[in-house]
Design a binder for this molecule. Structure first.
Ligand code: ADP
Length: 478
C-alpha cells in the first residue's frame, strides 16, 4: 500500500471552480483499487468545514502565516480529507481566489504559502510515501520538503494550467522562511518576482501535466508561459497523463439530470433530450437543425471570442446554438446580444450550472471547444460520453482525446469529432463548414457519434499510470 498526500486548493464536490476539482475529486477513487491510499489536504474554506462532520485534530500550528491553524481529518463520501482550518486565511465567503470586488484576495501569497507549509509538515509528520501537489497553490509544499532536514516523502507536481503561476512581489520572499539561496533563477525567482509554480517545477522529484501533447507544447516558447526554459531543463522528469471523467457522475444511461436517459443501443432516445433542450431555451423545435452546445468559462483561452464574431451569420444560415458559461464581459455581452437577435436559434445562459451542463451535453448534436490552449479539457470528454460530437482546436489534450474526421479516419471508421487549426476566425469557420457537411452525411455522422460513445474517457488507464509513477518514486527513495 502506497500512501499519497494530495495537496490542492479544490476538490469536487467540496469546492470547485474548474477541472482541477474534478481531477482531485475523482483520482482517489480510481487509485484505491490499485492499492494507492490517497488523503487530500485542502484549505478549510467554510464549505469544506461544513461538509466534514466528526473531524479529528491531527496537527496544530500556533502561528501559520498570521494566526493559529489546525489540520482536521474527516471524510466525505469516499474521500479522506484533511482540512487546514485557519480562520484568518480561509473563513470568508465567495470564491477560493477572488474577493467580492472580483480581484484576487490580497493575502493569496500567505493563504497558499500556508497550504504548502502545512502540506510539507503533514507529509513528513504523518508518514506519507508521496506528496502530490496540484498547481501553484500547492507548489510550495514541494519547496518546503526540498529544504526539509531528514527523511521526506517523494514529491510530484502536476500542472493543470501553466497560465496560473502564483506570482508575487520579491518583498514576500523573506516571509516564506526559505533559505535566501532559493531566491535565484534556479529556484523561485521569476523576472524579479517570486513564482510559487516555478519553485515547484524546479524542485519536485517528478512533474506531470494532464496530456501528452500539452507536456510537449509547454517546453516551447509559444505555450510555455515564460516557464518553457525551466520545463526544458526538466523534460526528462515531465510526463503527460490524460485526465478522465467520473463515469458514474457522467452516465447517459443513468443520469437523473437529463429528461431521457440513453445509451448506444438506445440512441433513438437521445432525440427527446434535444427537443427538451430546444424547449428549455425557446429555440425552434427542429429536429434536423444542427444544434451546437457550449459549456465553458468564457475566456480568451477558450477561444469563444472567435465564435462571437460569426455566430449571428451561422444562426441566420440555420444552425442552432446553446451557450452556458461566464467570464469576460465582452464575450458574455456578445452572446447575450446574439441570443436577443436570434431567439429561436441561439440560447444563452450566463452562469455556472452543473445540472444544465448535463442537459446540454445530452441534447446537443455537437459540442464546441475552440481553445487556444487546453492542458487536457474535460468538456470534450463529457461530450464523447454523451454522443455529442466534439469540435475542438488542435491543441493540448484536445489532440489526444478526439480523433479528427479526416478522410483516413472516416475511411477507417474511427473518427470521433472534428479538430481544427489554426485556432483563428478562419480556422473556426472551416471547422463549422466541416461539421455542417458531416451532419448532412447521415451515415458518416451516425458512425462518428457511435464512435464517440465508445471512446474510453474513464480514469482506468490514467490511474494505472499515476499508480506506476507513485510506486517508481517510492522505490527511488527507498
Ligand atoms: P477549465 O478547468 O479550464 O475551466 P476543463 O474543460 O478542464 O476547463 O473543465 C471545466 C469543467 O467545468 C468541465 O467539467 C465543464 O463541463 C465545467 N464547466 C465549465 N463551465 C461551466 C458552467 N458554466 N456550468 C457548468 N459546468 C461548467
Amino acid at each position: 500500500m502506497t500512501r499519497v498526500l494530495a495537496v490542492t486548493s479544490e476538490i469536487f464536490p467540496l469546492v470547485k471552480t474548474g477541472g482541477l476539482a474534478d481531477v482531485t475529486g475523482a483520482l482517489p477513487g480510481a487509485l484505491a483499487p490499485l492499492d494507492i491510499a490517497t488523503t487530500t489536504l485542502v484549505p478549510g474554506y467554510p464549505a469544506v468545514l461544513r461538509a466534514l462532520s466528526a473531524t479529528q485534530e491531527v496537527m496544530r500550528f500556533d502561528d501559520l502565516f498570521g494566526g493559529p491553524a489546525v489540520v482536521r481529518a474527516g471524510t466525505t463520501g469516499e474521500l479522506d480529507v484533511l482540512a487546514l482550518d485557519a480562520p484568518h486565511l480561509y473563513t470568508r465567503d465567495g470564491s477560493p481566489y477572488f474577493g467580492p470586488d472580483g480581484n484576487p484576495w490580497s493575502d493569496n501569497d500567505r493563504r497558499f504559502a500556508a497550504l504548502g507549509a502545512a502540506g510539507a509538515a503533514v507529509a513528513t509528520g504523518q508518514g506519507f510515501d508521496v506528496l502530490h501537489a496540484h498547481d501553484w497553490q500547492a507548489a510550495l509544499a514541494v519547496v518546503y520538503l526540498h529544504v526539509h532536514a531528514g527523511a521526506r516523502p517523494a514529491t510530484l507536481l502536476t500542472i493543470h494550467n501553466l497560465a496560473f503561476q502564483g506570482l508575487f512581489p520579491a518583498s514576500l520572499f523573506p516571509q516564506l522562511g526559505l533559505p535566501a539561496s532559493l531566491y535565484s533563477v534556479d529556484g523561485l525567482e521569476f523576472w524579479g518576482n517570486v513564482s510559487y509554480l516555478k519553485g515547484g517545477l524546479s524542485f519536485a522529484d517528478r512533474l506531470t501535466t494532464v496530456s501528452p501533447t500539452y507536456a510537449r507544447e509547454i517546453t516551447h516558447p509559444d505555450h510555455g508561459a515564460g516557464l518553457d526554459g525551466v520545463l526544458r531543463r526538466r523534460a526528462a522528469d515531465l510526463v503527460g497523463i490524460l485526465n478522465g471523467i467520473d463515469e458514474e457522475v457522467w452516465n447517459p444511461a443513468d443520469d437523473a439530470l437529463i429528461p431521457s436517459p440513453f445509451s448506444a443501443p438506445r440512441l433513438a432516445r437521445r432525440a427527446a433530450n434535444k427537443a427538451a433542450l430546444q424547449a428549455r431555451f425557446g429555440l425552434a423545435a427542429e429536429s434536423d437543425a444542427l444544434l451546437i452546445g457550449i459549456v465553458s468559462r468564457l475566456t480568451e483561452q477558450k477561444g469563444l471570442d472567435l465564435l462571437v464574431d460569426q455566430i449571428a451569420e451561422r444562426a441566420a444560415s440555420g444552425l442552432q446554438f446553446v451557450i452556458l458559461g461566464s467570464g469576460e464581459p465582452a464575450i458574455q455581452r456578445g452572446f447575450t446580444a446574439a441570443a436577443a437577435e436570434y431567439p429561436t436559434r441561439i440560447g444563452c445562459e450566463i452562469g455556472y450550472d452543473e445540472a444544465l451542463a448535463h442537459v446540454i451535453q445530452a441534447g446537443s448534436d455537437a459540442i464546441l471547444v475552440p481553445s487556444r490552449f487546453e492542458p487536457c479539457g474535460l468538456t470534450q470528454l463529457c461530450a464523447l460520453r454523451y454522443g455529442a460530437v466534439p469540435i475542438v482546436g488542435r491543441v493540448g489534450g484536445l489532440v489526444d482525446t478526439v480523433i479528427d474526421a479526416n478522410a483516413a479516419a472516416l475511411a477507417a471508421g474511427v473518427a470521433t469529432g472534428i479538430q481544427f487549426s489554426p485556432v483563428t476566425e478562419a480556422g473556426l469557420q472551416e471547422a463549422l463548414d466541416r461539421i455542417v457537411a458531416l451532419w448532412q452525411d447521415r451515415p458518416a455522422w451516425t458512425r462518428t457519434q457511435r464512435n464517440a460513445l465508445k471512446a474510453d474517457v474513464s480514469w482506468r488507464r490514467s490511474a494505472q499510470q499515476y499508480a506506476d509513477l507513485y510506486r517508481a518514486l517510492e522505490a527511488e527513495r527507498a
